[in-house]
Design a protein around this ligand. Structure first.
Ligand SMILES: [Zn+2]
Ligand SMILES: [Zn+2]
Length: 253
């Protein structure tokens, strides 16, 4: 049996780690024309307190295929991808969950949940819940299904506070909200909105892949300048100064 780290390492040649800096959206890490936030983040209500992405997911490339395939391919192939992606998430959380918690201004995440599918018919059997709730070691004990897709007529990639309904009341618990992919952030922000209305404390999102297109503007050159192969020891929030890592707006209830 391969170890978690051996399985996760299978992706080290196809993952490209986001890094903060000039011309990178400070919320979702997509490349911008010099702005510190992308258009989608600057126009979507910011319900999330923080966000981290393990890698960029480049359209049409290997990680993108894995992140789509574990939900849609025939069972045996999908199962193999689910276990590999769970290992990627597992290794990342073992090494960097504290970095995201610090960025969120908290010590730890009390509860872990997942963003439901944007499409109601896919929400009933969602492979992401199995990945996070039953396979991934650092999350499975804290996992709760907290949200479901409602009948609201929102598009798959549109922000809508009525898109998801909470399945439980929360009393200020801190929540780690996991999704496989971040495209516009509308789904994760909609989910964070529903969690906070249900009583959640700070909510941070962690995604495996921040989706982008290689052929947009300078993306190809900018992707090539990032560390390769992937370095699992450093995340997008590693080494954040303590002064930045506190969110004074929020007080524990
Ligand atoms: Zn953004
Ligand atoms: Zn880190």
């Amino acid at each position: 049996m391969p170890t978690v780290r051996e399985l996760a390492a299978l992706y080290d040649n196809v993952m490209v780690p986001p890094r903060l800096g000039p011309g990178v959206c400070r919320t979702c890490f997509t490349f911008t024309d010099g702005y510190d936030q992308c258009y989608a983040c600057s126009t979507t209500q910011p319900w999330l307190d923080a966000m981290a992405a393990i890698s960029y997911s480049v359209a049409g490339e290997q990680l993108h295929h894995a992140l789509a395939g574990y939900k849609r391919l025939p069972r045996q192939v999908a199962r193999r991808l689910t276990i590999q992606l769970a290992a990627v998430l597992w290794r990342h959380l073992e090494d960097h969950e504290t970095c995201l918690a610090a960025r969120t201004g908290i010590a730890r995440f009390d509860v872990v949940t997942t963003v439901p599918s944007g499409l109601k018919q896919r929400d009933d059997r969602h492979a992401l819940r199995e990945l996070v709730g039953t396979i991934c070691g650092p999350t499975k004990e804290r996992y709760q299904r907290l949200l479901e897709r409602t009948d609201a007529q929102a598009g798959e990639h549109d922000f809508d506070g009525r898109k998801y309904a909470a399945l439980a009341r929360l009393r200020g618990q801190t929540v780690l909200l996991v999704d496989d992919t971040w495209t516009t952030g509308a789904s994760a922000q909609s989910a964070a909105c529903a969690l906070k209305r249900a009583g959640a404390g700070p909510v941070a999102a962690l995604v495996i892949g921040r989706h982008l297109k290689r052929d947009w503007r300078e993306n190809d050159a900018r992707l090539r300048r990032l560390p390769q192969p992937f370095d699992p020891d450093t995340c997008v929030h590693c080494g954040l100064p303590a002064s930045l890592a506190s969110s004074p707006q929020w007080q524990r209830q």
